[in-house]
Ligand binder design. Structure first.
Ligand SMILES: CC(C)(COP(=O)(O)OP(=O)(O)OC[C@H]1O[C@@H](n2cnc3c(N)ncnc32)[C@H](O)[C@@H]1OP(=O)(O)O)[C@@H](O)C(=O)NCCC(=O)NCCS
Length: 318
């Protein structure tokens, strides 16, 4: 049993196999086209890899993907050291091969390989849809995950924000956002932010529905960036940096107004300690335990804080 990087042909083959888990409502061919397009996106070309666990006859037993993230670890000198972290996604074992430890073995081997090949390696992270136990076996630790849900209302508008943002405004918007003051964090690149918008574009085209008119907004020094999840009819807030209650309300009202106009029934924000006090006071915001997408962290070096101390904005999800 050994780990390899997939060839282009093997990636295409996995697209067809993994459609059963993540393809709906796209057809198998549409899902493959979605994957081809995402793999061609600059963020994936920079740092996405498809891993396969093979048996001794070369048969695929399990597969997953890893994506590169920039991360920052506070050193004893009080300075942040930039490093490399990796988000793992699309962990998959075909139904007839499940329950034999293949996914666990692959996760162990991928982490060992990332550890070996990344001199600046900080952490591997993932967002589990199957709870924590499977990934705990491979050294991942979960962090409690809460969402804030808002139902768009007719009385919400964009009138209290300074500007609505278009795709091309995202790099500058990201640049003005405050980074968290914590010992360790991952920070998305402009390319990763655009990868979320590329997903939005793909689903908008394939499901023939309009994109929201804006992908974010600013008010004062506060900023929000969001994307449509067409499959679930939601607008997800990817990044939020708010400085006061009024800014939180103005930005989330704008997000709700955009969602409503695009025919989306819910706005979802991942809870983060830095923004929670303001978001909790936004009228209509409801805190719910998150279903799926449980953030988990596996250190690739000693000295990382425990998983609950690592902030996870939705922008890091893969
Ligand atoms: C999850 C998955 C990758 C596990 O693959 P596998 O090769 O069977 O994994 P392993 O044999 O190493 O481990 C199996 C364990 O995973 C657990 N597991 C599998 N699916 C699960 C689910 N939906 N919810 C909770 N646990 C699950 C099994 O209960 C089993 O636990 P046990 O050994 O204590 O009985 C496989 O079931 C799969 O491809 N599912 C569909 C895609 C998916 O959901 N991927 C995970 C995305 S985060």
């Amino acid at each position: 049993m050994h780990l390899v990087l997939a060839t282009e042909a093997q990636k295409a083959e996995r697209d067809r196999v993994t459609h059963s888990a993540w393809g709906s409502p796209l057809t198998v061919e549409q899902f493959h086209q979605r994957e081809v397009r995402l793999r061609a996106h600059p963020w994936c070309r920079e740092g996405m890899r498809t891993w396969l666990l093979l048996d001794d006859d070369g048969r695929v037993l399990a597969s997953c993907e890893s994506f590169h993230n920039d991360s920052f670890l506070l050193g004893p000198d009080g300075e942040y050291a930039a490093g490399d972290s990796f988000s793992i996604a699309s962990v998959f074992t075909e139904e007839s091969l499940r329950g034999r430890g293949h996914a666990s073995r692959m996760m162990d081997l991928v982490a060992a390989e990332l550890e070996r090949a990344s001199p600046r390696g900080h952490a591997a992270v993932l967002f589990s849809d199957v709870g924590a136990p499977l990934y705990r076996r491979s050294g991942y630790e979960e962090t409690p995950a809460w969402d804030w849900n808002l139902q768009p209302r007719a009385d919400q508008s964009t009138r209290h924000v300074d500007a609505l943002l278009k795709d091309a405004d995202v790099p500058a918007a990201l640049q003005r956002m405050r980074r968290p003051s914590v010992p360790f964090f991952l920070w998305p690149s402009p390319a990763q932010m655009d990868w979320h918008l590329e997903r939005e574009r793909i689903y908008a085209e394939m499901l023939r529905r309009p994109r929201p008119e804006a992908c974010g907004a600013t008010v004062g020094d506060s900023t929000a960036l969001w994307a449509m999840m067409a499959r679930s009819g939601e607008l997800v807030v990817l990044m939020l940096d708010v400085r006061c209650e009024a800014d939180a309300t103005a930005l989330l009202d704008a997000a709700c107004a955009m969602a409503r106009k695009a025919g989306l029934s819910k706005v979802v924000l991942w809870e983060e300690p830095g923004t929670m006090p303001w978001v909790a006071r936004v009228p209509g915001a409801a805190r719910v335990a998150r279903e799926g997408s449980l953030p988990m962290v596996r250190p690739l070096r000693p000295g990382l804080p425990a998983a609950p101390d690592v902030p996870f904005p939705r922008a890091l999800w893969v």
